[in-house]
Design a protein around this ligand. Structure first.
Ligand code: MN
Length: 478
């Protein structure tokens, strides 16, 4: 049975040139292994395989030490008795904060797509203090998808669908193209099994035929580039992700001959100047298809993606797409927002324009797509980050409230009836006074008294929200 040892982590750190405190990494590994010692994954593997694989993915993305440790520890509070406080004590505030964030994202339950999206949206904002929380969640999800076969079919479908509908679009929004492709391809198989089989077969047959051809083109272009004084750092065939091919086929009447980027070559060069020189060399060799030249270097995509794309009539009239970019652009295209950390750590200037680095803008951009409501966004920006808290219902819905809100505010935020009949509250499973200030991430349950018709006047002394206060006043007047 496949397992992961500390040696695997150590080897990965070396391979990726990560500067990690190996003693601390070892401690975290042992700590997680110990915490999960009595658990097995549904796949039968020892539980440690899951957090270890999560950490390995985060290492592939060259994330910082705190994120990698959080990957190792991410299921400790959720699945075991170990508390977040102990993680804080052993591994520090930063790691504990990330683990806590991942745990809270996990509380959200799937109950209908629309509500789920709304909840996720709120949560991502709530966790906006640190996007690394989401990166850990992505890595966690990737391994869960890899072991999805072990779960019952309805659960497989739910997780896969959720991945296609929510996780992949967010990964895309953050520019993490490679991860987005992986998430989608894993999920594709479970959500649309027949279509998956069809596209997979089609792709394999077409691809085999074209692999030799792509090799030939690669040799021609390499030779010509060198002649023209451009040094190609790397030329490789781009792997086409199956789900994106499926979506493309759908847009083109399922006619594979209409898809122009089935043969795609990627050329990585030293700098921007060489990118444009390469474009010139390609167009000198082969005739470009009209309207298919896209300069994402001059005009990057909203998620920061940069490259030049061109599609040409190649040898024998075959249509081939080229993507041209420098190394930093390539790194960014594969790793997106995650690339920020290793640039920051290496003290290098990031390839991402400073504005794009503000990942919060990206989240807000994404918000804009959902809401398209500028004023709302402005309020959100101010409110959310300074003085909003997010409190869960026992069913996993998220209620956002101003700081210092109480269970009374929480009850009225859900429904005025619930507020009026509120008799008590449980916060994180403990009976709590109605005056208690709720904290970000609390799970609150309202205990109701069915016989009660009116709220208590005294609640006005501590109710925080306008909604609660006006409801209480009106109910008393009635
Ligand atoms: Mn997990």
């Amino acid at each position: 049975m496949a397992t992961v040892t500390f040696q695997d982590l150590k080897a990965k750190a070396k391979e990726k040139h990560l500067k990690l405190d190996l003693t601390l990494l070892r401690l975290a590994f042992d700590y997680a292994e110990q915490a999960h010692r009595n658990q097995a994954r549904k796949s039968g593997e020892p539980y440690i395989v899951h957090p270890a694989k999560t950490a390995l993915t985060l290492m592939d993305y060259k994330l910082d030490q705190a994120t990698i440790l959080a990957g190792l520890l991410h299921d400790v509070p959720e699945d075991t008795d170990e508390s977040i406080h102990e993680i804080k004590k052993n591994f520090g505030d930063e790691v504990a904060f990330l683990v806590d964030g991942v745990t809270k994202l996990g509380i959200i339950k799937y109950r209908g797509l629309e509500r789920y999206i709304e909840n996720l949206r709120k949560m991502f904002i709530a966790m906006s203090a640190d996007i690394r929380v989401m990166l850990v969640k992505f890595a966690d999800r990737l391994h869960n998808l890899e072991t999805l076969d072990a779960l019952p079919p309805d659960k497989q479908r739910r997780i896969a669908l959720e991945t296609l509908e929510i996780y992949a679009p967010i990964a895309n929004r953050l520019g993490i193209g490679e991860l987005k492709g992986q998430l989608e391809d894993h999920a594709f198989r479970y959500v649309y099994p027949k279509e998956y089989a069809r596209v997979n077969e089609l792709f394999t047959s077409v691809y085999r035929k074209r692999a030799d051809y792509a090799d030939k083109i690669q040799k021609i272009i390499r030779k010509e580039l060198v002649t023209e004084g451009v040094i190609p750092i790397d030329i490789h065939g781009r792997t086409k992700h199956l789900y994106s091919l499926y979506k493309k086929l759908e847009r083109h009447d399922n006619d594979i001959t209409k898809i122009h980027d089935l043969i795609a070559l990627r050329i990585i060069v030293r700098d921007v100047k060489d990118c444009y020189a390469t474009l010139g060399v390609i167009h000198k060799l082969w005739k470009p298809l009209p309207g298919r030249i896209k300069d994402y270097i001059a005009t990057p995509k909203p998620n920061g993606y940069q490259s030049i794309h061109t599609t040409v009539f190649c040898e024998g009239g075959q249509v081939v797409e080229f993507q041209i970019r420098d190394e930093q652009m390539h790194d960014l295209a594969e790793h997106g927002i995650a690339a920020h950390w290793h640039y920051a750590e290496a003290g290098k200037q990031s390839a991402i324009p400073p504005k794009k680095l503000e990942w919060i803008n990206q989240l807000l951009d994404w918000q804009k797509q959902l809401h398209n409501h500028r004023q709302y966004l402005e309020t959100l920006k101010i409110d959310t980050f300074q003085n909003r808290i997010f409190v869960f219902t026992p069913k996993g819905d998220v209620i956002d409230l101003p700081e210092d809100s109480t269970p009374v505010d929480f009850a009225y935020a859900i429904h005025s009836d619930l507020g009026d009949r509120c008799a008590g509250a449980k916060i994180n499973d403990r009976i709590a006074n109605l005056k208690t200030h709720l904290r970000n991430g609390d799970v609150c349950e309202i205990i109701i008294d069915k016989k009660r018709k009116k709220p208590n006047r005294d609640w006005l002394d501590f109710a925080k929200t306008n909604a609660a206060r006006s409801h209480i006043r009106n109910a008393i007047k009635r």
